[in-house]
Design a binder for this molecule. Structure first.
Ligand code: S3P
Ligand code: PEP
Length: 425
């Protein structure tokens, strides 16, 4: 297994230009593909999750041209008419590809099979499939009920009224919203239970509106989508920088001292994970806010007790910031960490303890008391990009650490360790 040794970093300094947002890149690619006409997508993320979406679109007969860096895509939309693919669509472990494609392919005519990595087969999708089936969709499990892989006979959905369970993943509602304009009739959606990760719904509604489809909603509890609509292509759309990826550099500047300018997200971001920078201000970071960039400096860091339901991805970074804060940190209301790339509550608790922290792992929370003495250990990353990236903060805090399987960052941020090195002293 490959390992990356990180020596203690004494100071960080410089500018980081963020790669495009994963959440925006995959939403934009899918809607551009569904539209009729050509859309040029700029600042597209190039990472595994995006490559899986691009691979699926290719098999669906969508012509996409990329520049050499794979950051500008010209998408020739097919007006909602896909080719029946010659092989199953392999979507790796990309939730932002698997879930939206499930709903969209149930809506359009054709026969499809959606497969993924072994971990994808452990990530539940029943809440989305239940809703599609209630609406008349022909979606079946090919292995285990409620989990991928899936077989879909598309084009059966006429719309109607449906409840969707929002308590495990917002991506199910995102998927249903993106597909609903393609149903022949109107759709009324009611959220059952609580809706987790709510800010991701704002990203979905924003991107849909950019492509010409407006959704009415009442306080994120009920949603109304008109059927029989087509997405409209855009001459050009720019993908905002990835706010979850920004979290590592916000944290690095706050921990190590020096100053990092982060370009690509700021006060005007549509991504909920920008909220991490606000949490870091509570922790003690000094941040200057601009519309599309942040400038971050060190402060006196102290532990906080927060509900991180709205920022589940960036909250993992807080768990390693906690190692360098005064007093304990509690991160609450994050049950769905357990159904992401790995069981992140278990994995974070295990690895934080290895470093020397005192950790309480609850059903839906984690409490971290910083170590008195840091252990120089190798961090297991569980094929989870965010574990690899957030444990780099140990080196940023001046303690040596080894990261096992560092290439797992390819899921969303292939250049992460190079970018970190470029601002490290
Ligand atoms: O819609 C999206 O782009 C995402 C939603 C979140 O998932 P959940 O809604 O499952 O929490 C987040 O963790 C994921 O990385 C991306
Ligand atoms: C949970 C994540 O990914 P996915 O889009 O596969 O759900 C993530 O990137 O942290």
């Amino acid at each position: 297994m490959e390992q990356l040794r990180l020596e203690p970093i004494t100071k960080v300094n410089g500018t980081v230009t963020l790669p495009g947002s994963k959440s925006l890149s995959n939403r934009i690619l899918l809607l551009a593909a569904l539209a009729s006409g050509t859309t040029v997508v700029e600042n597209l993320l190039d990472s595994d999750d995006i490559r899986h979406m691009l691979g699926a679109l290719k098999l669906l007969g969508v012509h996409v041209t990329l520049n050499d860096e794979r950051t500008v895509a010209t998408v020739n939309g097919v007006g909602g008419v896909f080719k029946t693919p010659s092989e199953p669509l392999f979507l790796g472990n990309a939730g932002t590809a698997y879930r939206p494609l499930t709903a969209v392919l149930a809506a359009v005519t054709g026969e499809y099979e959606l497969v993924g990595e072994p971990r994808m087969e452990e990530r539940p999708i029943g809440h989305l499939v239940d809703a599609l089936q209630v609406l008349g969709g022909d979606v079946t499990y090919t292995k285990h009920k409620d989990y991928p892989p899936l077989k879909i006979m598309g084009g059966q959905i006429k719309g109607g009224s449906v409840e969707i369970d929002g308590s495990i993943s917002s991506q199910f509602l995102t998927a249903l919203l993106m597909a609903a304009p393609l149903f022949s009739g109107d759709t009324n959606i009611t959220i059952k239970g609580t809706l987790v990760s709510k800010p991701y719904i704002d990203i979905t509604l924003d991107v849909m509106a950019r492509f010409g489809v407006n959704v009415e909603h009442s306080n994120y509890a009920t949603f109304k989508v008109k059927g029989g609509q087509q997405y409209q292509s855009l001459d050009r759309i720019m993908v905002e920088g990835d706010a979850s990826s920004a979290s590592y550099f916000v944290a690095a500047a706050a921990i190590a001292g020096g100053e990092i300018e982060i370009k690509g997200v700021g006060a005007k971001s549509v991504q909920g994970d920008i909220g991490f920078a606000k949490v870091m201000e509570q922790v003690g970071a000094k941040i200057d806010w601009y519309d599309e960039r942040l400038v971050v400096r060190k402060g006196e860091l102290k532990g906080v007790d927060i509900d991180a339901n709205a920022i589940p991805d960036a909250a993992m970074t807080l768990a390693t910031v906690a190692l360098f804060a005064k007093g304990p940190t509690a991160i609450r209301n994050i049950y769905n960490w357990r159904v992401k790339e790995t069981d992140r509550l278990y994995a974070m608790a295990t690895e934080l303890r290895k470093v020397g922290a005192d950790v309480v792992e609850g059903h839906d929370f984690i409490e971290i008391t910083p170590p008195e003495h840091f252990n120089d250990v190798a961090i297991d990353t569980y094929d989870d990009h965010r574990i690899a990236m957030c444990f780099a903060m140990v080196a940023v805090g001046g303690k040596p650490i080894t990261i096992n399987d560092p290439k797992c960052t390819y899921k969303t941020f292939p250049t992460f360790f190079n970018v970190l090195a470029s601002v490290s002293e």
